[in-house]
Write a protein that binds this ligand. Structure first.
Ligand SMILES: CC(C)(COP(=O)(O)OP(=O)(O)OC[C@H]1O[C@@H](n2cnc3c(N)ncnc32)[C@H](O)[C@@H]1OP(=O)(O)O)[C@@H](O)C(=O)NCCC(=O)NCCS
Length: 192
C-alpha cells in the first residue's frame, strides 16, 4: 500500500450491469431511501441500518468515506446499477493492514434488489479492485455464522472457509459466532 496514491486510482469499476464507485456528496438521499427500505433485512445484521437513519447519518458516512479514501485508509464504494445509476447498496475494503497487505470486506444490498446477484457481483468487483489496484494479498470476510446469504456471497467470490470464531461479532448487543473466510488473489481470479 505504501506506493499507492489514492488520488491516481480509478474511482469506478463495472461489470455485468453493476458498477462500484467512490461515494459522492449527492448520494445522501439515495442512501437514506435504501437504508429505510432495508431495516428488516440489512438491519438484522448491521446495527447502523435502523429506522433512525436519516440525512445526517448519510452525510456523515459520505464525508467519512471520501476522507478515508483520500488517505488510503478505507475504500468504500457505492453499488449502483451501471445503466440507470440507481443506488443498490454498499461494498467496502476496510480495516486495511498496510504491513501485511490485508483487509476486511463488507457488503450490503438494499431489500428490493436482494437475490439478484448484486451482492456477489459487487463483492467480486471490490475484491478485484483490492488485489489489482490496492495490491493487497489477502481479504477477509467475517460474517455471522447464521447469515446464509452473506456466507454464499463469500463462497461465490472465491473465499475459503477458515473456521468459526465464538462470539466474534456483536449484533444488536448479542455476541454471535462468526464464519471467517479469506480470499487470495489467485482464488479471486478464478471466480471473477
Ligand atoms: C448478504 C447480501 C449482501 C447478499 O446480497 P444479494 O444481492 O442478495 O446476494 P446474491 O443475489 O448475490 O445472492 C447470494 C446468495 O445469497 C442467497 N440469498 C440472497 N438473499 C437471500 C434471502 N433473503 N434468503 C436466503 N438466501 C438469500 C442467494 O440465493 C445466493 O445464494 P445461492 O447462490 O446459493 O442461490 C444481502 O443479503 C445483505 O445485504 N444482507 C444484509 C447485510 C449483510 O449481512 N452483510 C454482510 C456482512 S459480512
Amino acid at each position: 500500500m505504501d506506493s499507492i496514491d489514492p488520488g491516481m486510482l480509478p474511482t469506478e469499476r463495472e461489470s455485468n450491469g453493476i458498477s462500484i464507485r467512490k461515494y459522492q456528496p449527492g448520494d445522501s438521499s439515495a442512501i437514506v431511501e435504501a437504508v429505510q427500505e432495508s431495516v428488516a433485512t440489512v438491519g438484522a445484521w448491521l446495527d447502523w441500518c435502523g429506522s433512525g437513519y436519516g440525512p445526517a447519518e448519510a452525510d456523515a458516512w459520505i464525508a467519512h468515506a471520501i476522507s478515508a479514501w483520500d488517505k488510503a485508509e478505507m475504500f468504500a464504494f457505492a453499488v449502483v446499477d451501471a445503466t440507470s445509476g440507481d443506488y443498490l447498496g454498499g461494498v467496502g475494503v476496510n480495516q486495511i493492514d498496510q504491513d501485511n497487505h490485508s483487509a476486511n470486506l463488507g457488503y450490503w444490498v438494499r431489500q428490493s434488489y436482494e437475490s439478484r446477484g448484486v451482492g456477489t457481483q459487487a463483492a467480486r468487483l471490490a475484491v478485484g479492485y483490492a488485489f489489482e489496484l490496492l495490491k493487497l494479498s489477502r481479504i477477509e470476510i467475517v460474517c455471522a455464522a447464521m447469515n446464509r446469504p452473506s456466507r454464499r456471497v463469500a463462497e461465490k467470490t472465491g473465499a475459503r472457509f477458515e473456521g468459526l470464531q465464538s462470539g466474534r461479532l456483536s449484533v444488536h448487543g448479542r455476541a454471535l459466532d462468526a464464519a471467517v473466510y479469506s480470499i487470495t488473489a489467485p482464488a479471486a481470479r478464478r471466480h471473477a
